[in-house]
Design a protein around this ligand. Sequence first.
Ligand code: NOJ
Length: 739
Amino acid sequence: MTYGSVLSVFVFAIAGLAAPSDSGTEQRIRALLGRMTLEEKIGQMSQSTSMARLTDEFREQIRKGRWGSFLNAGSPADRAEAQRIARTESRLGIPLLFARDVIHGYHTIFPIPLGQAASWDLSLIEQAARTAAREASAEGIRWTFAPMVDIARDPRWGRIAESPGEDPYLAGLVGAAMVQGFQGPDLKNLDALAACVKHYAGYGAAEAGRDYNSAWIPEVLLRDVYLPPFRAGLDAGAATLMTAFNTVNGVPATGNPFLLRQILRGEWKFPGLVVSDYEAISELIPHGFAATPRDAAREALKAGIDMEMVSTAYWDHLKTLVASGQIPESLIDQAVSNILRLKFQLGLFDVTPVAPAQSHVTPESRAIAQRLATESVVLLKNQDRLLPLSKSVRSVAVIGSLADSPVDQMGTWVMDGQPADVVTPLAALRRMLGDDRVLYARGMVNSRDSSKAGFPDALAAARRAEVVLLFLGEEQILSGEARSRAFLNLPGAQSELVTEIAKLGKPVAAIILSGRPLTFHEVADQVQAVMWAGHPGTMGGPAIADLLFGEAVPSGKLTVTFPRTVGQVPIYYAHLNTGRPAPPTELGIPLGNPANPQGYTSKYIDVDFTPEYPFGYGLSYTTFEYSNLRVETPVIRRNGMLKVSAVISNHGTLEGTEVVQLYVHPVAASVAQPVRLLKGFQRISIKSGKSETVTFNVPARDLAFHNQKMQLVNEPGRYQVWIAPDSAGGLEGQFSLEQ
Ligand code: NOJ
């Protein structure tokens, strides 16, 4: 792209911006910009991560305005002092912005985002983010790099743990709830964190699930699947956005005028701050997109990156790029305006620098963490109603290192959570049942251990106990950034341990802690009950203990498909039908062993084409029945509202909470649409023996999709609609959409 054409896109983008903030703030920004040297401007556009301590060198740099922001800087006391220097000793008194990855909690750690989403409880997710914001802001942090709203449909990708899952509608709502929680009612409040929707865009579509890998995403998929959660986060008021490491259709997201200038600033009119990911500007060179750091700086700024994280291409080259006329200073002014605006919005210019403070886990934050952990656990199997267990059980064997590993329980991206604050399942079970009735054996040193040296102790404990609780899964370090896996099985000797224990013939419940969907088909076959608990955070232990013993009833539902085997990946519920969909009669193919090939339909010959557990799936201790589907609006118009209801009855003996889901599918469309798409859900509690009518009102505009010309349209025609307990079942009805 030539410089001239970039400029014209840019002009268009600026002209399209929404009124970004009040006119008083805009005046203050202009006045300040007018007094800043070019060097001071470029300093604002630079974020450092190297201030582990506030050294004399950093004091001097802050006085000179070398940095606009610090990531992971020093202690609360260092941050407070650095802010004091910036405010009172730098030439223009421009405050610093302290950032940190407050992803799923600060001191109090909530479940990983994939777990939080499984609660489908938006208000609780918002409360968790609010709590994290209070704890972090008290220690001088005002910017978090969350929520991550990357759609993740590949469990090999380690960062699926940080994602709300595979569905754009749900991911958008979860992301928006987090934005509202982090930012609170007003960014100016001292306990507000500016949120950052990331990683724009397509990071979760890394080829083969290998982190940082290229993403090839047709525009229609970008617009219908990968971009909507970003839009939802920005509509919820997210102040900032981070670009992704990856290329999208060959162009790095961090130098991508189509994503940043055309869509983000042009179509969406985003007025906020855009930050690169960690060294992503200098990574334009290995990407093969820029030849030198100078080219990288130019391309990133032209594309619209306001602040550079960690690498120093801006600092090193923008000055000469301006001097040589390759970059107009107006581009720099625009970027600096976006940065200063956020600092004004956060009130950083207006408050007196405060003394450092320390925040702590509190009884209130623990209560939220425990509730969210409880709601995030998904019951996958409960044969013969093994669960809930009776508290009068003679003894339980608790087996597995993950039963008592605070760090693993907290999961990925935890920098400020203290292991000492964590209550593990083992500790919670001992508290609940007394030490004497809980027999603990690790079985293996950690989840990857392939030694069987610990098996005899584990088997001895299991033999002595009435019931076995097996804690399986993945340690914390196996998921998260740069933690892609090519196998999705339980690592180490875990499967063998399960087989040995199952031979004893005792009732066994497996609790799986992991940052991703795993494949554990054979394990599930050998035990009576299976729960997926993600990495449930500080209060995961009491949450799991309560669920196992019926103090709480499971209500979580998966927000990502669990495959039968890694060979099915990517597998997700919202796929297209193909011209030759396999009928249900073609199920029952033995896993891994090619059957006598039959038919010419879209399937595998060595595993069923369906997943192990579908999106939206999760059991309860009670039984819900769906009946009386009523499509109250059999014909709707483009500006109308779809109204559908069903009766949900609790036929069990316990009160329970059900996540009722609404899916839609246009029968014929100009661009083939997924077999089902989630368009609504409700969490409802129903008492034993009672029924509730659940009604969904869906605006017709929510049914729009992109046509061949990339226009967002409501196409007329017949639609199927389901009210369902998960993406694979439910009651089906029909309606028509008219022009
Ligand atoms: C790299 C990660 O991709 C991003 O999510 C994170 O916010 C930054 N590092 C800062 O730690």
